[in-house]
Write a protein that binds this ligand. Structure first.
Ligand code: TQI
Ligand code: ZN
Ligand code: ZN
Length: 169
């Protein structure tokens, strides 16, 4: 079953559109940005929320960046595997990914030669769930389940994820 954060934080009643922006310092390609767009679309398909990319990193609702090791928020990344990414409950909007992972951006993670390969879209869909207010699920098929096998792709929302997000929005 899905969980919510303590106190059930959510984006305010009446929120229709959330903006997101990428850390300008990362210089991300359109291919990488496209993975996030697809991940956001999975959540907008089952809610009335929409997501729009903006150029303005500091005024965006959701701020996405790749960082290595200690990056100034007291939750340092740890190199390959371990912590892959973190995102915070509404309405914080911080969405950080570990720059030292072997991210698979396009192509099939299950076929990667690297045992450390991590599927970017799978992690993005999970973290967006946190950004919108979902905690972890006890259901293994849910994208909000707290573990993922390496070289696994899990991007399709389970009924449990959908029930959780539709409770909030
Ligand atoms: N990062 C943890 C996560 O996103 C950070 C975290 C732990 C967390 N407890 C939390 C965030 C409670 C919000 C609320 O779960 S992670 C997975 C999964 C991670 C793990 O790097 O361990 C995914 C990131 F589920 F596969 F294990 C993305 Cl998909
Ligand atoms: Zn961080
Ligand atoms: Zn999580």
């Amino acid at each position: 079953h899905y969980t919510l954060f303590p106190g059930m934080p959510r984006w305010p009643e009446g929120t229709e559109e959330l903006t997101y922006a990428f850390n300008p310092g990362n210089g991300l390609t359109d291919t990488v940005k496209g993975v996030f767009a697809v991940a956001f679309a999975r959540w907008s398909e089952v809610t009335s929320l929409t997501f729009r990319e903006t150029e303005s990193y500091f005024s965006a609702d959701i701020r996405i960046g790749f960082f290595s090791g200690d990056h100034g928020d007291g939750e340092p990344f740890d190199g390959s595997l371990g912590t892959l990414a973190h995102a915070f409950s509404p309405t914080n909007g911080r969405f950080h990914l570990d720059a030292d992972e072997d991210w698979v951006v396009s192509g099939d993670v299950t076929q990667s030669a690297l045992s450390t390969a991590v599927d970017l879209e799978s992690v993005a869909v999970h973290e967006i769930g946190h950004l919108l207010g979902l905690g972890h699920s006890s259901e293994e098929e849910a994208v909000m389940f707290p573990t993922i096998s390496s070289r696994r792709k899990k991007v399709v929302l389970a009924q449990d994820d959908i029930k959780g997000i539709q409770f909030l929005y």
